[in-house]
Ligand binder design. Structure first.
Ligand code: UTP
Length: 463
């Protein structure tokens, strides 16, 4: 088969002929699926990434500076933000905003058997992350009388299970045309010598290509075209694991549009100088995320005139991205984001065809990060928000950023809503408090609805 000979030649010329070691042992079915997988591999990219792996030269050190940050006033000093909120609400009402969750990750740290979005998170009713996000979207649709497309990105690792879950939940009541599933691409991994790793005799080891893969997936899936046809101008990007998220925050939308920003970010003040989080800053004068490991110990401790950490804008992966910016970045199906490598334990076949489960990192996975698109954006706004109001991700099974800390944050948020309202309900002793998005979207909304007699104590769940 000439096709096949061409593929073999391409892999051999790229120094990757070893992936075909077991070819002769494969039956026709295995050969055809393996061939299809190999045809998908961007060998030029792999050769380049493997080459970089073996380079020893020092990379140039970029010039880092903090980014200008806008601080949202605390809720009790928010009067002057009223105008901005109204502007953002008008943009939502006009149907110009879509929402986009990335849920293609493997959630290895949480160790949950299934897509992370199916994980039960709310403190009283145990609603899943997907359901909780969906309820917010449904509530916003009803509030503004507008359809809001929701794009859900999965990966090969969890696509089937995610779709099955949405089917089983009847799409949470969202119309089928407003629920758009897309799948990100997968990337091969290499060993320390830059050789592709095999997961079996008839397949490469593959893993999702990072949340940066979401931008290209929007293009290749046709979702971007759909959004353009529907008049969508802004995409609200969020990660599946943060139930505290303020969905489609109108003030953020208005700020981003006033500055004609192409991509904007929400950040929170770091917990401590050495919190392991990327910081939104200026890298050689361009907005970007400075990785934790790229700050020197001195930079990490540096403080400004007000005594705040100079590099303090912790990235929480909530962005507004203009649709036409993504179109520009992915023009012609190409992709401009850099690949980062992660040294990992990767199960693989050794030369003798035996499956090895390494106990130490043995290979490299390659991922792109969505925040690297900030460096390509013409304008960007960075909005700092209080962590306790907007960010409580579920990353680890226990301790910091765990289901427990996330549920506690939800309870504290809702407790504060009730306590700052006139609702006749004592939640001071409740161990868990939950208020559905259908009741209120944020604290001001809750207070207003209570004052208008639209909320009953039974609308607040406690345990
Ligand atoms: P994380 O970097 O926290 O990874 O992803 P993760 O997969 O959830 O968990 P670990 O690191 O394996 O424990 C942050 C967000 O980006 C999405 C995740 O689904 C999550 O919403 N993501 C990550 C993708 O959609 N694709 C990827 O390739 C990686």
């Amino acid at each position: 088969m000439s096709d096949w000979n061409q593929i073999r030649r391409r892999f051999e010329q790229a120094g990757q002929g070893h992936v075909l070691t077991h070819w002769d042992d494969l039956d026709a079915d295995a050969r055809s699926t393996f061939q299809a997988q190999l045809e998908d591999v961007d060998l030029d990219l792999i050769v380049r990434l493997a080459g970089e792996l073996l380079e020893t030269g020092q990379a140039a050190v970029p010039k880092l500076e903090p980014a200008p940050v806008i601080r949202e006033p605390r809720p009790d000093e928010a009067a002057d933000w009223g105008m901005m909120r109204s502007e953002g609400e008008e943009t939502i009402r006009q149907g110009k905003v879509a929402t986009f969750v990335v849920a293609g990750g493997q959630g290895t740290r949480l160790g949950y058997d299934g897509p992370k979005g199916c994980f039960d998170i709310t403190p009283v009713h145990g609603k899943s992350l997907f359901q909780w996000h969906a309820e917010k979207i449904v509530a916003i649709r009803e509030r503004y009388g507008v359809s809001i497309p929701w794009i859900v990105m999965t990966s090969h690792a969890n696509d089937e299970a995610t779709r099955a879950y949405f089917d089983q939940q009847d799409g949470f009541g969202l119309p089928a045309e407003d629920l758009i599933f897309i799948q990100q691409a997968m990337m091969p991994a290499v060993d320390a010598a830059g050789k592709l790793l095999l997961a079996g005799r008839d397949r490469l080891f593959l893993s999702p290509n990072g949340h940066g893969g979401s931008l290209l997936a929007l293009r290749t899936s046709g979702a971007l075209d759909q959004l353009r046809e529907r008049g969508i101008e802004e995409i609200f990007y969020f990660q599946v694991d943060n139930p505290l998220l303020r969905m489609l925050d109108p003030a953020f939308i208005a700020l981003h549009r006033r500055e004609t920003a192409e991509m904007s970010s929400k950040v929170v003040a770091k917990r401590s100088p050495d919190e392991k989080v990327g910081v939104v800053g200026l890298i050689d004068g361009q907005h970007g995320v400075i990785e934790y490991s790229d700050l020197t110990p001195e930079q990490m401790q540096e403080r400004d005139a007000q005594g705040r950490l100079r590099y303090n804008a912790g990235n929480i992966a909530i962005h507004l991205i203009r649709r036409d910016f993504i179109e520009r970045l992915t023009e012609g199906g190409t992709f401009e984001l850099p690949y980062h490598r992660a040294h990992k334990k990767i199960p693989h076949l050794d030369d003798s065809g035996r499956l090895v489960e390494p106990s130490e990192p043995n290979g490299y996975k390659f991922e792109t990060f969505v925040f690297d698109a900030l460096r390509l954006a013409r304008h960007s706004v960075t909005l700092e928000v209080p962590r306790e109001l907007e960010f409580a991700p579920v990353k680890n099974a226990l301790g910091e950023d765990s289901p427990e800390s996330s549920r506690d944050a939800l309870t504290e948020l809702f407790r504060s809503w009730v306590e700052s309202s006139e609702l006749d309900l004592d939640v001071s002793k409740a161990s868990a408090v939950e208020i559905a998005p259908a009741v209120a979207l944020d604290r001001d909304d809750f207070i207003r609805r209570v004052a208008a007699g639209e909320v009953e104590p039974t609308d607040v769940s406690t345990s």
